[in-house]
Design a protein around this ligand. Structure first.
Ligand code: PLP
Length: 408
């Protein structure tokens, strides 16, 4: 095995270096790019070696891969890279972001436990918290994530887990991670933060007090619309003792091929997110001035009601912008249908700019009063900015605004 780089220098690497260099484990062939180990199983030199490989008493240096459901060299490279970027002790990757959310909660909750969650959640996260967990005897309480008094009241009782997403999908509401983590820990809860919208570049939930961070790697980490993936990050002890047994025996394993694609994707994450955020700010500013637009929600603009909190806990705005078109559904549909460059799609974090109408797509199944509470109106649109030339995006927005005027 080729010698690895100096550990001291490795630890001082900055994010842009980490995303291309951390976790790389070269084989006997000294390949430049990370190798793809597309195998399900592993072989042993002897029956004795097989027995030793399955012994949990084996010292860490002798631990080896036994089956790709449990671990795989390509997946492990991605796990090391993500952990280093996040500043987390340990990481496990999963087949999708939802597998990561579900595993992070289900591995630690049992009947009789209580979970408190911010109400502004990705549609499927909302289903897990409000439908699936209660079915298994877990009490589930929702609060308005931006209201610390509601958190205080809800966390006055012993609680096992807190789940939050900030900025939230789709309306970019923020939760004060530091303040909520403090309250949660007093109640005995493990804080699980969905950091998809902020990306590892802009927000470090663990440094702010969260215990566990989850990602849909499908979004910015791939960022090029190719594969699904997810990740759970946290303390080594929690990952080894609580998360890993759940993952090993239930099998939401990431394919090594997808892990390899994500290893390539993450190398350009800082460059893409920076370019996407630059475009997002340009578009948000234009939309803010448009007479056809009722309101713009962008954490990087002073008009965001939680701008001060955004400045405090995030390094930058976001690659997404949400806004309400005047004239409701008809106007919002006219806006989308007039776009010639931006695609209508419910994915996000992609290098291609994508727009969606949450009320009729990702959040269609939410009850009307819950939509209203979350601020998802008939005219609300969520725009995920890509890396296209901003001039082309601005021209597309002008086309859409003209169509809104016509539709009224
Ligand atoms: C997309 C998304 C998820 C789910 O991830 P998948 O990879 O689609 O399973 C979870 N949380 C947020 C905030 C998301 O945007």
């Amino acid at each position: 095995m080729p010698a690895n780089k100096s550990d001291t220098i490795r630890k001082s690497w900055r994010a842009a270096t980490r995303v291309v260099r951390e976790g790389t484990h070269r084989s006997e062939w000294f390949e430049t790019s990370e190798a793809l180990y597309l195998n399900s199983g592993f072989v042993y030199d002897s029956a004795f070696d097989a027995e030793a490989a399955f012994s949990s008493k084996a010292p860490a240096k002798d631990q080896r891969f036994v089956y790709s459901r449990f671990g795989n060299p390509t997946n492990q490279m991605l796990e090391k890279r993500l952990a280093a970027l996040e500043g987390a002790e340990a990481c496990k990757v999963t087949a999708s972001g939802m597998a990561a959310v579900f595993a992070a909660l289900a591995c630690q909750l049992k009947a009789g436990d209580r979970i408190v969650s911010a109400r502004a959640l990705f549609g499927s996260c909302h289903y897990i918290v409000t439908e699936l967990l209660p079915r298994w005897g877990i009490e589930s309480v929702l609060v308005d994530g931006g209201d610390l008094d509601q958190w205080k009241t809800a966390l006055a009782k012993p609680t096992k887990a807190v789940f939050l997403e900030t900025p939230s999908n789709p309306m970019l509401d923020l939760v004060d991670i530091k303040a909520v983590s403090k309250l949660a820990h007093k109640a005995g809860a493990c804080v699980v933060a969905d950091n998809v919208f902020a990306t590892p570049m802009y927000q470090k939930p663990i440094a702010l007090g969260a215990d566990v961070v989850i990602y849909s790697a499908t979004k910015h980490i791939d960022g090029q619309g190719r594969v699904l993936g997810g990740a759970v990050l946290g303390r080594q002890k929690w990952v080894d003792e609580t998360l890993v047994p759940f993952l090993r025996h239930t099998g939401p394993t990431l394919s090594a091929f997808n892990a390899w694609v994500l290893l390539k994707g993450i190398e350009t994450l800082p460059l893409r997110v920076e370019a996407q955020t630059r475009n997002a700010l340009i578009i948000a500013k234009r939309l803010e001035k448009a007479r056809e637009i009722e309101r713009v929600y962008y954490p990087g603009l002073k008009s965001h009601p939680q701008y001060a909190l955004a400045r405090k806990q995030m390094k930058s705005g976001s690659t997404l912008v949400a806004f309400d078109v005047k004239g409701g559904k008809k106007a919002a549909f006219a806006f989308q249908d007039a776009l010639q460059t931006i695609d209508i799609s419910n994915n996000l974090g992609d290098v291609k700019s994508l727009i969606s109408h949450p009320a009729t797509t990702t959040h269609q199944r939410l009850p009307a009063e819950e939509k209203a509470r979350l601020g998802i109106g008939p005219g609300s649109l969520r725009l995920s900015l890509g890396i296209e030339d901003p001039a082309d995006l601005l021209e597309d927005i002008e086309r859409a605004l003209a169509a809104v005027r016509k539709a009224r």
